[in-house]
Design a protein around this ligand. Structure first.
Ligand SMILES: Nc1ncnc2c1ncn2[C@@H]1O[C@H](COP(=O)(O)OP(=O)(O)OP(=O)(O)O)[C@@H](O)[C@H]1O
Length: 319
């Protein structure tokens, strides 16, 4: 669906995307994550042909994007919907008129437009707001209108550029649930740019981490968060503070193990005391995952490591 190979992009002398390689499969919910200025929006705009790129290949729906021009480019863009942080609605038009606009521009018949807009307003839960103006809507409702508008031309892909960044946490969750519904019911691939880790954890199956235009992480979301490498930890601002004395062992709880009573069982079975010095459990894509750091005495190390090995638990000794 989207295949990017060795992609480089410059603004003047500044390289903003450096050797990007990734594949997004049809039906994925894929997150592009990074701090401000990382190049997230630029990458998103390259995908729908709003920005060019210098070297490398970017294939979307079997087409090399930079070769597309004129009416072919317009047809290509028709299959890619987009939503934005500030909704981009026309203030002087009603909800109905905002949603119908792309179909009007493409010259669809009035009865086709009416059916489509009614169906989409129903899908986003705004059938009763068709005659309202954007200024009469909440932020979440405005984003629902923008989502309906992005779906009018039956896109294969929906691009979301910080679509929940201006919303409160509860509204964010309701918009993410709507995006999940669109992904499953309409089989639309969703590529979302965000700087919010909570968004990634709630919705994305895979995520790409960008830092100064470089990929520093690319994996299934649960794996990215379960066992973050040094770069990912730095990105998350998550360096554990652990005691200097003894041995610190970090134990990982993958999705099906998080609730098991490993720690208490280990203490009981080995008849051993130890300190829990750091830990967290969190929900990612409805699975609970987490990790914990325990501090033990040097002479307990071999026994504990053997116990964890026998239980086939993933662990590491922190240096
Ligand atoms: N049209 C442009 N001309 C020149 N430089 C640009 C242009 N657009 C973006 N940049 C620069 O490219 C870099 C990447 O910008 P981009 O908007 O892609 O980052 P981002 O990760 O989306 O950031 P943010 O989260 O703040 O939107 C930044 O250094 C930015 O200043």
């Amino acid at each position: 669906m989207v295949e990017i190979k060795n992609l480089n992009k410059y603004y003047g002398q500044m390289k903003v995307l450096n050797d990007i390689n990734l594949t997004i499969e049809k039906g994925d919910i894929f997150a592009i994550v990074g701090h401000s200025g990382a190049g997230k929006s630029t990458l998103l705009r390259c995908i729908n042909g709003l920005e060019g790129y210098h070297d490398g290949s970017l294939i979307v729906n079997n087409k090399e994007v930079k070769t597309l021009k004129g009416s072919v480019l317009n047809e290509f863009r028709k299959k890619i919907g987009m939503i934005f942080q500030h909704f981009s609605l026309l203030q002087r038009k009603t909800v109905y008129e905002n949603v119908s606009l792309p179909m009007e521009v493409w010259g669809y018949k009035e009865n086709e437009i009416k059916k489509k807009v009614d169906d989409l307003l129903h899908l986003v839960g705004l059938s009763n707001k068709a005659k309202s103006y954007p200024k009469e809507l909440s932020g979440g409702q405005k984003q629902r209108v923008a989502i309906a508008r992005a779906l009018t031309l039956d896109p294969d892909i929906l691009l979301s550029d910080e679509a929940t960044s201006a919303l409160d946490p509860n509204t964010t969750t309701s918009i993410l649930n709507l995006l999940k519904k669109i992904n499953t019911e309409l089989n639309i691939t969703i590529i979302l740019v965000t700087h919010e880790m909570e968004v990634v954890k709630q919705i994305a199956q895979k995520a790409l981490l960008l830092e100064y235009g470089n990929i520093i992480g690319l994996d299934v979301t649960e794996d990215l968060f379960l066992q973050p490498d040094t770069k990912m930890k730095r990105f998350l601002g998550e360096d554990e503070v652990v005691p200097q004395e003894g041995v610190n062992i970090k134990i990982y709880f993958p999705k099906d193990n998080a609730h098991q009573s490993l720690i208490t069982s280990m203490a009981r079975e080995l008849n051993m005391d130890f300190n829990i010095v750091w830990g967290k459990l969190e929900e990612i894509n409805t699975h609970i995952i987490g990790n914990m750091v325990i501090n033990i005495q040097n002479e307990q190390k071999d026994t504990v490591c053997k116990y964890l090995e026998n239980k086939q638990i993933t662990w590491e000794i922190l240096k």
